[in-house]
Design a protein around this ligand. Structure first.
Ligand code: C5P
Length: 313
C-alpha cells in the first residue's frame, strides 16, 4: 500500500491522537527449547491488565519522542526505543514519511516483565495508523508488531489470548471472569535475554523445574470465574531463572502468600511479582499488607482482562 501523506481520506482533523495501552502478564508461560534463531518456542497465555501507558501522537514534519513518568530520563529517545521503531515500521509498510511527534506518559514499570516497552510500541502503531489515516486492520497491525517484538501483537489485541511460536502468534481465548491482581514492582529490572539464558543454563545443569508444557489446564480454569481454580494452575517456567538471578524474589513471593494471596508468581521474565486476590477488596487489603512489609519498590492493584491498545481521543 502506498498513499501520499496529504491524500489520507480519514486524516485526523485535530492533528493528534491519544492511545491507551495496558501492561501484560503471563498466566501460563511454558518455555520450550532454544531454537536456531535464538528464540524459544513458547506456549503462553497472556492477559492484559489495568496498568496503562498513554501515547500522544501529534502531526509533525519530523520524528521526535519525549517521555514522562516511569523510566523518564533513562529510556532511549532514538531508534533504540521500540516506539520510534514502530513509527518507522508503519511508515515503511505504508509508504508514508516516518513523521510524528510522540509523547509517552509511562506508568507501566520498566524492565519489569510487564512488557512496558512493547506496550508503547503497540500503542504507537495504533496511534500513527489513526494519525495518518492508514486504516490498517488489527491483524495487519499485529503482523507489523510481530516484526518488532514477540509480545507486541498481543498488546495490539488485548484481552486474554494464547500465544504460540515465539509468542507472536496470538489467538483470543474465552475468559469467563475478571481477576484481581496485586502487582509488586521490584527495584531495578531484569534483562529478558539474560533470564532466558539462565533457564537454558539451569536446564543444562538439570536443576530447573519440569517444563510447564501445554496450557490446557490454564485454559480450562479461565472458562469459569473462581480465582481459587485459576490460582492452582498459574505457572511460569521463567520464574526459576528470575529467582536464580535475583534470590530475594523468593522472599517477595513468600510474603504475598503469607499475607493471604491465592497464588504468587513472577511476571514474565521478572522481577515484578504477581499476587492473585479473591476480589477487588482483597486486592486492596493485600496491597496494603505488602506495602507494609517493604518487600517491593511499589505495590499496585490491577484487574484483567482489559482491552488492548485503543484510541481514547
Ligand atoms: O522478541 P523480543 O525482542 O521481545 O525478545 C527479547 C529477547 O528475549 C530475545 O532476544 C530472546 O533473547 C528472548 N526471547 C526468547 N524466546 C522468546 C521470546 C524472547 O528467547 N520466545
Amino acid at each position: 500500500m502506498s498513499l501520499a501523506y496529504e491524500e489520507k481520506p480519514e486524516f485526523v482533523a485535530s492533528g493528534s491522537v491519544r492511545v491507551r495501552v495496558p501492561a501484560k502478564i503471563n498466566l501460563h508461560l511454558g518455555v520450550g527449547p532454544l531454537r536456531d534463531d535464538g528464540y524459544h518456542d513458547l506456549t503462553t497465555v497472556y492477559q492484559a491488565i489495568s496498568l496503562y501507558d498513554d501515547v500522544h501522537a501529534h502531526r509533525s514534519d519530523t520524528l521526535a519522542l519525549t517521555i514522562d513518568g516511569e523510566g523518564a530520563g533513562t529510556l532511549p529517545l532514538d531508534d533504540d526505543n521500540l516506539a520510534v521503531r514502530a513509527v518507522r515500521a508503519l511508515a515503511a509498510h505504508t509508504g508514508l514519511p516516518a513523521h510524528a511527534r510522540l509523547h509517552i506518559t509511562k506508568s507501566i514499570p520498566v524492565a519489569g516483565g510487564l512488557a512496558g516497552g512493547s506496550a508503547d510500541c503497540a500503542a504507537t502503531l495504533v496511534a500513527c495508523d489513526a494519525l495518518w489515516g492508514t486504516g490498517l486492520s488489527r491483524d495487519e497491525l499485529a503482523s507489523i508488531a510481530a516484526t518488532l517484538g514477540s509480545d507486541i501483537p498481543f498488546l495490539v489485541l488485548g484481552g486474554t489470548a494464547l500465544g504460540t511460536g515465539r509468542g507472536e502468534q496470538v489467538n483470543p481465548v474465552l475468559a469467563a471472569g475478571t481477576w484481581h491482581w496485586v502487582v509488586g514492582v521490584a527495584a531495578g529490572g531484569l534483562s529478558t535475554p539474560a533470564v532466558y539464558r539462565e533457564i537454558d543454563r539451569l536446564r543444562e545443569l538439570g536443576t530447573a523445574p519440569t517444563p510447564a508444557g501445554s496450557a490446557d489446564l490454564l485454559l480450562a480454569a479461565l472458562r469459569q470465574p473462581d480465582p481459587e481454580v485459576l490460582a492452582a494452575v498459574l505457572v511460569n517456567d521463567l520464574q526459576a531463572a528470575a529467582v536464580s538471578l535475583r534470590p530475594p524474589l523468593r522472599a517477595t513471593l513468600r510474603a504475598g502468600l503469607d499475607e493471604g494471596a491465592l497464588a504468587a508468581l513472577v511476571s514474565g521474565s521478572g522481577p515484578t511479582c504477581l499476587y492473585l486476590a479473591r476480589d477487588a477488596e482483597h486486592a486492596n487489603a493485600l496491597a496494603a499488607s505488602l506495602t507494609g512489609r517493604g518487600v517491593c519498590r511499589t505495590v499496585r492493584t490491577a484487574h484483567g482482562p482489559v482491552a488492548g491498545a485503543r484510541v481514547t481521543s
